[in-house]
Design a protein around this ligand. Structure first.
Ligand code: TNX
Length: 511
C-alpha cells in the first residue's frame, strides 16, 4: 500500500484492512473548505462519474473535512476509517489530503475522461504530513516556444497532482514578448512574433524560416491565475530585464543602445542587445512590471536579471554618463539601477521580489529572494548575504538538459556528457552543501526549470518534465528515501500519468 504515495508523506501508519468508497461519496465539509472539496468533486465526476453529496458532520458520511488551527499552513492529517477524517491547517492542506486520498485509491480516479469504476478500496492509514519547504516550484519558459492557456492549465494540474505549489512563468526574452501591455502595443504587435527559429541544436546554425509567436492577454493571465488558485498553485510571473531584451528593442528601438533596427531574435543564446540605462528605459521597465504584478496581486514577482551583457553599455555615452553620475567603476553595477528601481516599485505594491542569482553581482535590496541557477554555491552566497533563496541549480534542475546520455535522446540544451537522469534529480539536496546550519532557514525551497529552446510541443514538454518533476516533488516535499524505495512508487505514479495522457519518458529497465 505504501507504494501508492508519491511524494511520500512525512508519516504514514498503515492499519489492517481498507474502507470501500463508491458514488455518491458523502462528504461533510465546513464552508472555508468548500472550494477545495468542490475541485475534488469535479475531478471525481470527470474521472469516474461519481457524485459528491454534501452531508452534515456526524451523520455517518464517508469523509469529514475541517480546519485545525493547530496545524501549519500546508499541513494536514488523514485518518482513513469507516468515517475518514481529514483535518488541515488551510484549504491548501485539505487539498493535499484529498490528493493523497486519490493516490490511495484506484489509478482510474486520475482519468481525464470518464473511466468506469464501481467502487474502490482505500487502505486504513493514519497520515500526518506537511512539506519541508514552502517554495516547491516548476518554471516554464513560454517565450522560446509559446505554450497556450490550455497547455499551461494542464501543467498546473500536473503540479498539483504532485503537491507542488508554484509555477514560475517566464514571459519575455530576446525571442519574444508574451504578455499584452496597455500603452505599449508594439510589444505584442511586433515583439510577440519572430520570423524564424533554429532547427536542431543552436550550434548547427540552421534556420526553419517559419514564423513563431503568440501572447497572453490580461484575461488569459487572470484565467491562469484563477485556475491555479483552485489547485493551490501560485503563479510567479517573470519579466526579465534589462538583459534578454531584444524583442523589446525590436518593438521600441529607442529603449536600446544601437542605431540599426533589430528584429525579434531568431537564434538561441544570449543577445548582446540590452535596454539602455536612460530614464525612459527605466520608466518602461517599471511600468511593465507594475502592470504584470497587478495581474497577480498575491504573488511574488520575478524581475529576471540574468545574463545581461555589458558590452553595449561600455560603448554607450549615456551609460558612461550615468556611471560617472553614480560613481560606478564597473558597468555591471548599472544593472543594479534596474534591480533597485523594480524592487522598490514592487515592494510599494506589497509584492515580494525574486531575481536570478546574477543580481548578487551588483546592488541587491534586502528582502530579495534569489533563484540560484548557476550552481548550488550561489545559494550559499545568497544566504550568507542574508537573502532567502530558491534553489534552481542547472546541474540538477534544468530539465531542458538530456534525460540520459543515450544517443537516441532528442536534441537538448546541454550536450553529452551532461545529462540529468531522474536518479540524479532524486539525489539532489535542496539545502546547498556547505551552508551553515544557522542559515538553513534562508532556503525557501527549490524549483525545476523548463526552458523551451528545444521543447516546441506539449508531448515533448511532457517527455522532458516527467518523470523528473515527479521525483523532484518528493525531494522538495522533504521525504526522499532511496532509489530502490522510490522506483515502485514512481511506477505507480507513471501509471496515473499515463491515464492522464502524459507522454513521459519511460524508465529504463533496472540495471
Ligand atoms: C540560462 S537560467 C538561461 C536561459 C536559458 C537556459 C538554458 C537563466 C536565468 N538563463 O536564458 O534558456 O540557460 O538552459
Amino acid at each position: 500500500m505504501r507504494t501508492r504515495l508519491l511524494p511520500l508523506p512525512r508519516s504514514a501508519e498503515y492499519q489492517t484492512g481498507s474502507v470501500s468508497w463508491a458514488s455518491p461519496l458523502r462528504v461533510a465539509v465546513t464552508d472555508d473548505l468548500r472550494g477545495a472539496v468542490t475541485t475534488f468533486a469535479l475531478d471525481l465526476k470527470t474521472a469516474v462519474g461519481w457524485d459528491v453529496a454534501f452531508v452534515d458532520a456526524g451523520t455517518g458520511g464517508d469523509l469529514e473535512i475541517a480546519l485545525d488551527p493547530a496545524l501549519g499552513p500546508e499541513e494536514y492529517r488523514v485518518v482513513v476509517d469507516d468515517v475518514t477524517v481529514v483535518t488541515a491547517g488551510s484549504p491548501a492542506g485539505a487539498s493535499y489530503a484529498l490528493t493523497v486520498l486519490r493516490q490511495l485509491g484506484a489509478v482510474e480516479l486520475w482519468s481525464p475522461t470518464r473511466s468506469t469504476l464501481e467502487r474502490c478500496e482505500i487502505a486504513r492509514v493514519v497520515i500526518d504530513d506537511g512539506p519541508a519547504f514552502p517554495w516547491r516550484g516548476v518554471h516554464l519558459d513560454v517565450v522560446r516556444h509559446f505554450f497556450d492557456v490550455a497547455s499551461v492549465c494542464r501543467l498546473i494540474d500536473l503540479l498539483a497532482a504532485h503537491r507542488l505549489n508554484t509555477l514560475h512563468l517566464h514571459l519575455n526574452d530576446d525571442q519574444g514578448w508574451r504578455v499584452e501591455i496597455p500603452g505599449w502595443p508594439r510589444l505584442t504587435d511586433v515583439g510577440a512574433w519572430r520570423r524564424s527559429s533554429p532547427v536542431g541544436h543552436e550550434d548547427a546554425a540552421m534556420d526553419d524560416n517559419t514564423p513563431h509567436g503568440g501572447y497572453f492577454t490580461a484575461d488569459d493571465l487572470v484565467h491562469l491565475r484563477e485556475h491555479a488558485a483552485r489547485r493551490f498553485v501560485r503563479i510567479v510571473p517573470e519579466i526579465d530585464l534589462p538583459g534578454h531584451a531584444q524583442a523589446v528593442i525590436a518593438a521600441y528601438p529607442g529603449l536600446g543602445n544601437v542605431e540599426e533596427p533589430l528584429e525579434v531574435w531568431t537564434r538561441w543564446g544570449i543577445s548582446e542587445h540590452v535596454l539602455n540605462v536612460g530614464a525612459e528605459a527605466l520608466a518602461f521597465a517599471e511600468d511593465v512590471i507594475r502592470y504584470v504584478a497587478g495581474l497577480f496581486p498575491e504573488s511574488p514577482v520575478h524581475i529576471g536579471g540574468d545574463e545581461c551583457p555589458t558590452s553595449e553599455w561600455e560603448r554607450s555615452p549615456i551609460a558612461r554618463h550615468v556611471m560617472v553620475e553614480q560613481g560606478f567603476g564597473d558597468a555591471r553595477q548599472l544593472q543594479g539601477l534596474f534591480t533597485h528601481r523594480l524592487s522598490a516599485a514592487l515592494r510599494d505594491e506589497g509584492h515580494e521580489v525574486v531575481a536570478w542569482d546574477e543580481v548578487l553581482d551588483a546592488r541587491v535590496d534586502p528582502g530579495t529572494v534569489v533563484c540560484a541557477w548557476r550552481s548550488s554555491s550561489k545559494g550559499v552566497e545568497a544566504a550568507r548575504r542574508g537573502l532567502d533563496v530558491v534553489m534552481a541549480p542547472m546541474q540538477f534542475l534544468y530539465f531542458d538538459w538530456l534525460n540520459s546520455v543515450d544517443p537516441k535522446e532528442p536534441t537538448a540544451q546541454a550536450p553529452v556528457p551532461y545529462a540529468t537522469t531522474w536518479q540524479k534529480v532524486y539525489g539532489f539536496s535542496v539545502v546547498p552543501p556547505g551552508l551553515e546550519s544557522e542559515l538553513h532557514h534562508h532556503v525557501r525551497g527549490a524549483q525545476a526549470q523548463l526552458w523551451t529552446e528545444y521543447i516546441s510541443t506539449r508531448d515533448h514538454l511532457d517527455y522532458m518534465a516527467f518523470p523528473r518533476v515527479t521525483v523532484f516533488s518528493e525531494v522538495v516535499w522533504g521525504t526522499p528515501t532511496t532509489l530502490e524505495d522510490v522506483r515502485p512508487r514512481l511506477e505507480v505514479q507513471l501509471d496515473r500519468l499515463a491515464i492522464m495522457g502524459v507522454r513521459f519518458r519511460s524508465l529504463d529497465p533496472e540495471a
